[in-house]
Ligand binder design. Structure first.
Ligand SMILES: *[C@@H]1O[C@H](CO)[C@@H](O)[C@H](O)[C@H]1NC(C)=O
Ligand SMILES: *[C@@H]1O[C@H](CO)[C@@H](O)[C@H](O)[C@H]1NC(C)=O
Length: 233
């Protein structure tokens, strides 16, 4: 009844809203395959479960968030690329828009090595109370480390897109975005945390971007310098 194209257009809104809220979380493509790989007695048995050549590659550019204009974090891990089950490693492609940013976050189960391919992306990282915050400009071919559990944030200073490769020593590293997480706690408790019970935390937190594609648009200074406009203005 419907052509393929009409069907695609009809499903687009639900597809978009699904990627909006859950995309930066790795989505499990084949849970029973993950389970079977975990249960396999030998590497020979694992290979039998991964019989097709297509089981052995992952195309970052086929992810629906790849063309996102705000950028995206696209992760190949056990959930999205089952051959990695038990391998203890995953790789994410970080695509940042002009002035694009990965908002403050941490990985509960992995140390993160990030290498810049293009752009000039400034990162800030703090590992624990009392240590200094480390600032690194990720220019091409420079690598930095965000130790497991460290809080980190990065922004592309360039008026052009930036590309980085992010390696994590877990096949299920997880990501926790700090601001939406903090704002999931009752207002009076956050106020106490700020040391000021008159602070309007609800107002302060109302525009915190959703996790979305993992990337957002960065600072006002950069946006003015690069003449980047968002629909917030
Ligand atoms: C999951 O993987 C198994 C083994 O390769 C395969 O037989 C099955 O069709 C896959 N299921 C889905 C939903 O892709
Ligand atoms: C990268 O950006 C930072 C911050 O804008 C700047 O200080 C630094 O000089 C830039 N580095 C290069 C190599 O352009």
């Amino acid at each position: 009844m419907f052509s393929q194209k009409t069907l695609f257009l009809l499903t687009l809104p639900s597809l978009l809203s699904a990627t909006d809220t859950t995309a930066s979380k790795s989505r499990t493509v084949n849970a029973s395959l993950n389970a079977a790989l975990k249960a396999a007695a030998t590497n020979f048995d694992r290979n039998a479960l991964l019989s097709q050549d297509t089981d052995w590659y992952y195309d970052f550019d086929l992810h629906p968030n790849f063309p996102s204009t705000t950028g995206a974090v696209i992760t190949a891990d056990a959930a999205t690329f089952p051959v990695l089950t038990g391998a203890g490693i995953s790789i994410a492609l970080l695509k940042l828009a002009p002035c694009g940013m990965l908002p403050p976050h941490l990985h509960p189960r992995a140390t993160n090595l990030v290498t810049a391919i293009t752009g000039n992306t400034t990162s800030w990282m703090i590992g624990e109370n009392g240590v200094r915050t480390r600032k690194v400009d990720l220019v091409p071919y420079r690598l930095t480390v965000f130790p497991q559990g460290s809080l980190h944030v990065m922004q592309n200073n360039d008026c052009e897109p930036a590309l980085l490769i992010s390696a994590l020593n877990s096949d299920d590293s997880g990501t926790l975005n700090i601001l939406p997480s903090l704002w999931s706690i009752p207002q009076d408790i956050i106020q106490a945390g700020f040391g000021d019970d008159s602070i309007d935390t609800a107002g302060l937190g109302k525009d915190i971007p959703q996790v979305g594609t993992g990337a957002i648009i960065g600072s006002d200074e950069c946006m003015k310098r690069c003449a980047v406009h968002t629909n917030k203005e």
